[in-house]
Write a protein that binds this ligand. Structure first.
Ligand SMILES: NC(=O)CC[C@H](N)C(=O)O
Length: 191
């Protein structure tokens, strides 16, 4: 069974654990950087990207996470996790982990609609996936090696580049585990 970690510093960690287990993989809550060595893939959950970055620095995760990304093992960033893996953030000088050639904008669905659900057609994964968006970012632009998997109202909300997967919404908050299953399959294929 493949081992999929969830970065456990902040955010929707338990829900991802449930979804990973439902997708037939072993879930590991990652609280210390050494735990990364035992993993086959990693999910960086939603939460608050600025807080998560502070905790990443505080607990010396930055370099080990960069090495994990460079090792070829799959990484899935959801919501704040997408912001962490993008290589450009609108309004910020520096990105965080910069794994994916994508420019993201934070909190980009407007203040009035902080949170909403939308039925999404995600290429090769699901035609009727209910995406839960919570103060979600969207992808403004992608590089040529990035495959756009889903748009909502003309905005990119899911994309993949090689072993990196990212989405704007929270795939772990419903009982539909198809996206997590897709990621678990990416992890299995990378073995
Ligand atoms: N649900 C989320 O992960 C929200 C992301 C958050 N708005 C951020 O910018 O980090």
């Amino acid at each position: 069974m493949v081992k999929v970690g969830v970065l456990g510093l902040q955010g929707a960690v338990r829900e991802h654990v449930r979804s990973i287990e439902a997708s037939g993989a072993e879930a590991v809550v990652v609280k210390r950087a050494e735990q990364l060595f035992e993993l086959d893939g990693l999910i960086i959950p939603g939460g608050e990207s600025t807080t998560m970055r502070r905790l990443i620095d505080k607990y010396s995760f930055m370099e080990p996470l960069r090495e994990f990304g460079a090792s070829g093992k799959p990484v899935f960033g959801t919501c704040a996790g997408l912001i962490l893996i993008a290589n450009e953030i609108v309004g910020y000088d520096e990105p965080h982990l910069a794994f994916m050639d994508a420019k993201v904008e934070r909190n980009s669905f407007g203040r009035q609609v902080d949170s909403f659900e939308a039925e999404l057609d995600i290429a090769g994964i699901a035609e009727d996936f209910v995406g839960v968006f919570i103060r979600a970012p969207h992808i403004v632009e992608v590089g040529e090696d990035v495959e756009v998997l889903c748009k909502h109202n003309g905005r990119i909300v899911a994309a993949r580049q090689d072993q990196f997967l990212g989405c704007s919404f929270h795939p772990e908050l419903t009982d539909d585990h198809r996206i997590t299953q897709y990621f678990v399959n990416m992890v299995k294929e990378s073995q």
